[in-house]
Every structure is written in structure tokens, then in C-alpha cells.
Design a protein around this ligand. Structure first.
Ligand SMILES: C[S@@+](CC[C@H](N)C(=O)[O-])C[C@H]1O[C@@H](n2cnc3c(N)ncnc32)[C@H](O)[C@@H]1O
Length: 368
């Protein structure tokens, strides 16, 4: 990895980097931040939230959104109410900061908001799970999820041949994933971001180690498969967002681990993609890039739309340096013995150079 640190492509790339404004709009109930606990909210915001939640349909909506991200049409089917009525209630929840809406192609997904959603979750947690209203809603939700899973499975089935062919091209998936888990380490991950999440396998693998996880992909079809996978895994801390990883719809300075797995070789500007990924990192956060080591399989361009034939360590080192990150580690997973024609997978880990300033423990603050 020493070579990674010394060589770079700085001059070539630096001019291409911009620092645009934040593009993802948070919906926070309050700007007050409590450094030693959950965010606090003001009296007026609390009153508005309770008023928004204090109605039968809206409380049912909160119960459903605490389980899954859902579209209006799914919510209409589950609640058995008209679309305008459900939309009006959702709008009120969004305005109160309890829920948020995310457009994805022709669809819009609703979910509990990051910040205001904490209060909504706390309210739902007080409800008896056997309550007949909530239990009936959950049964209908399970049916809606099953329908979605079947739809995604049909999509995936159409492309299964391609996926298998691609997998068969490189080192065994299980060994790559073992290496990913080892590099991710066992430090707590508050925020995990998977750029180009595709069918969400990295989220399934790593989100159990994270407080919250976000997957971004530009393809609604891939996200539909990912959504079904996340549903089936029972992961509640994962959000999926449609978006371009050149302008990712995520908060800056917010993620401890950003992963970009088998995406870079499709891109026309991998350096910019990594620079954007770096912007999402918290101080001391880590970026994990997994892709093919440089190879010569030209047919992958034609057959599988690859733009780049893998990457040399030096090139990735240049991208990492230009993105302002420090290299941490690099690893390779070679094809299994007896399969020398397959591709080597490379893993590159880098770190944000800023020092992590964790809030001091309460006792230390009192002494200070
Ligand atoms: C081969 S898949 C890899 C998916 C996943 N990371 C994995 O390894 O299973 C590449 C993914 O990158 C996504 N992708 C390609 N270009 C993108 C872009 N500019 N913005 C967001 N996603 C993109 C594609 O839609 C696709 O889902």
C-alpha cells in the first residue's frame, strides 16, 4: 500500500472536483442538538408532532411506516381508504416532520423521518402488538410485501442468467465478502452508505453492524430487488434512495463507512465518484472500494457494458489522494486454485484525514 500513498493523479483530477452545496434536504423537527443523547425538540414542535400523530388514520400510518417504506398505493390498499384521503394524511405527517417522502421514478416512497421519526417510533413502541387495529394493518402489510417480493423475484429471474455469468467470472463471492467484513472491522458504524447498491447485497451484509444504512442506486428496477431483499432480511435500519452517485442524495460528513462495490468499472468518471463518496464521510470515516484488479478481458466491454477493465493500485491511489483521503489498506482475492482464468477482486480501504471529535462523555464534560 506504500505505493498507493506515493503515486497520484492529482494534477489531472483536481480541476474536476467541485464542492457543490448539499443537495439532500433533511426534514428535521428541530435544529436543537443534544450532544449526549437523542436530538431534542422544542415545545411547539412537540405539540405539532403530537397533534399530527393524534388522529386514527395518521396513527395507523405511523404504525405502518415504522415497519417499512411504502408507496401511497400500497398504503391505500392496506388502509382501505381513498387515495386523496391517504395522501392528505401523509402530507400532514410530512409537514410535521414525522414522515418523509422520496420520489423514485414514477413512484414516491414514504417512511418515518430520520429525526422526527424517533418520536413516531417511540409512540408506536407503546402500542400493544396484539391491538386489533395495528394487528390487522400488519397482516395486510405482510400481504403487500409478499406481492412486492414476487414482482421483484420475477424481475430478477429475467436477469438471473447474466448475474450468474458475471459471478462466475471472478473470485468466489464468499471469500470476497469475508475480506469485506474483515476490512470493515468491528468498530461501531453509526452510518453506512452503499453507493450503487444494486440488489442490496452489501447492505444485507453490513447493515447488521450499523445503526443506520442508506443504499443509493440510479435504477428503480435494481432498487425494487434490493427492497425485497431488505424486507426479507428483516433489516429495519436501511433506507434505499434512487439517485446518481455523482450527485448522491445523501448528507455530507455523515457516514462512518461508505462502500462502492463492483460499480466503479461501469463509470465514466470513477475519480469523481470517489470524490463524491469522500464528501459523505464523517471525520475519520472510511471508504471501501471493491472492484476488479486490472485485467485484459476486453469482451466484458461488449458483453457486460464494462467501461474499465479493472483498476491498478496506483490509479485507485491517485483517486483516493485526490479525494483528500489517506490510504489504509489494500487486499486482493485471487480466483480459486484451478480457475486461473477468472478475475481477481481488489479491495481498497481509505480514511478521511480529519480527526474524529466525539462528544465527551458526560462525566468528563462536568469536570472540564
Ligand atoms: C454491478 S451492479 C453492483 C451492485 C452492487 N454494488 C453489488 O455489488 O451487488 C452496479 C450498480 O451500479 C448502479 N449504477 C451505475 N451507475 C450509477 C450511477 N451513476 N449512479 C447510481 N448508481 C449507478 C447500477 O444501477 C447497478 O445497480
Amino acid at each position: 500500500m506504500a505505493a498507493l500513498a506515493t503515486r497520484g493523479y492529482k494534477a489531472r483530477r483536481r480541476g474536476a472536483l467541485r464542492r457543490p452545496d448539499i443537495r439532500y434536504k433533511h426534514i428535521f423537527m428541530s435544529s436543537a442538538v443534544n450532544p449526549v443523547g437523542p436530538p431534542t425538540i422544542g415545545f411547539d414542535a412537540l405539540l405539532a408532532s403530537l397533534q399530527a400523530a393524534g388522529e386514527v388514520t395518521r396513527l395507523r400510518l405511523i404504525g405502518l411506516l415504522s415497519e417499512a417504506e411504502l408507496t401511497v398505493s400500497e398504503l391505500v390498499a392496506i388502509l382501505g381508504q381513498s387515495q386523496p384521503r391517504v395522501s392528505r394524511h401523509l402530507k400532514l405527517l410530512v409537514e410535521a416532520g414525522l414522515a418523509e417522502r422520496q420520489r423514485e421514478g414514477a413512484w414516491a416512497f414514504y417512511r418515518l423521518a430520520d429525526s422526527g421519526g424517533a418520536l413516531a417510533r417511540a409512540l408506536v413502541a407503546r402500542v400493544d402488538p396484539a391491538d386489533p387495529t395495528f394487528a390487522a394493518d400488519r397482516t395486510r402489510l405482510a400481504a403487500a410485501r409478499e406481492a412486492r417480493r414476487k414482482q421483484a423475484a420475477a424481475y430478477f429471474a429475467e436477469r438471473a442468467a447474466d448475474w450468474d455469468a458475471i459471478r462466475a467470472l471472478h473470485a468466489p463471492e464468499s471469500r470476497v465478502e469475508t475480506a469485506i467484513l474483515a476490512l470493515a472491522g468491528d468498530k461501531p458504524i453509526r452510518g453506512l452508505l452503499d453507493l450503487g447498491t444494486g440488489t442490496g447485497r452489501m447492505l444485507e451484509l453490513l447493515a447488521p453492524r450499523a445503526d443506520r444504512a442508506v443504499g443509493v442506486d440510479m435504477s428503480p428496477a435494481m432498487l425494487a430487488v434490493a427492497r425485497a431483499r431488505i424486507d426479507q432480511s428483516g433489516l429495519r435500519n436501511v433506507q434505499l434512495r434512487q439517485g446518481d452517485l455523482y450527485a448522491p442524495p445523501v448528507e455530507r460528513d455523515s457516514y462512518d463507512l461508505v462502500v462502492i462495490h463492483q460499480v466503479l468499472h461501469f463509470l465514466d468518471d470513477p475519480a469523481r465518484a470517489l470524490a463524491e463518496a469522500a464528501r459523505a464521510l464523517r471525520p475519520s470515516g472510511r471508504l471501501l472500494v471493491v472492484d476488479f484488479a486490472a485485467h485484459g478481458e476486453e469482451f466484458l466491454r461488449e458483453a457486460y457494458a464494462h467501461r474499465r477493465l479493472g483498476f491498478a493500485d496506483e490509479e485507485i491511489a491517485g483517486f483516493i489522494g485526490d479525494a483528500g483521503l489517506a490510504p489504509l489498506a489494500a487486499e486482493r482475492v485471487a480466483p480459486a486454485a484451478g480457475e486461473p482464468d477468472k478475475l481477481t477482486v481488489a479491495l481498497w480501504l481509505a480514511r478521511d484525514r480529519r480527526i474524529l471529535a466525539d462528544p465527551l462523555p458526560k462525566s468528563t464534560m462536568e469536570l472540564a
